[in-house]
Design a protein around this ligand. Sequence first.
Ligand code: DAT
Ligand code: MG
Length: 140
Amino acid sequence: MATERTLSIIKPDATKRNLTGKIVAKFEDAGLRVVASKRIHLSDKQAGAFYAEHAARPFYGELCAFMASEPVVVQVLEGEGAIAKNREVMGATDPAAADAGTIRKEFALSKGENSVHGSDSPESAAREIAFFFSGLELVG
Ligand code: DAT
Ligand code: MG
C-alpha cells in the first residue's frame, strides 16, 4: 500500500475537553505521522464551505454552528494507507456504533459532537488538505 496523506480535524467537543494530546497519541500509535498541524477557530462561513458536500442534509446548520463553536486542531497525517487507517482509528460516525478502542467510542459525545473528522477518499483528502494548508506547511 502506498504512503498517503489525509486531513484530520480534532473537533470543538474534543479541544474544549482538552483531549488533543490523547487523540493525537491514538493516531501516532497506529503509525500515522503528523506532518502539519494548527489550531484555528473557524467562522460559520468557513465551516459551511468545508462541509459544502453536506449542504442538503438536515443537520447541516447544526454541524456548521458546532464546528465554529470552539477552536479546532487541523492536521495532515501521513502513513501507509493513511486515509483508511485514520478512519479505522476514528471509528464509526455514531459513537454508539463505533468499535472498542476507537477515538469516537472513547471520546465522542454524540453523532454530531463526535470529536474527529477524517477525509474519506483520496479526492477528499487532496481537497481538504488544500482547504487548510499550503504546500509550504506540509513538512514530511
Ligand atoms: P463522518 O464524519 O464519519 O465522515 P459524515 O461525513 O457522514 O460522517 O458526516 C459529517 C459529520 O456530520 C459527522 O461527523 C457528524 C455530522 N452528522 C452526520 N450524521 C449526522 C446525524 N444524523 N445527526 C447529526 N449530525 C450528523
Ligand atoms: Mg465524512
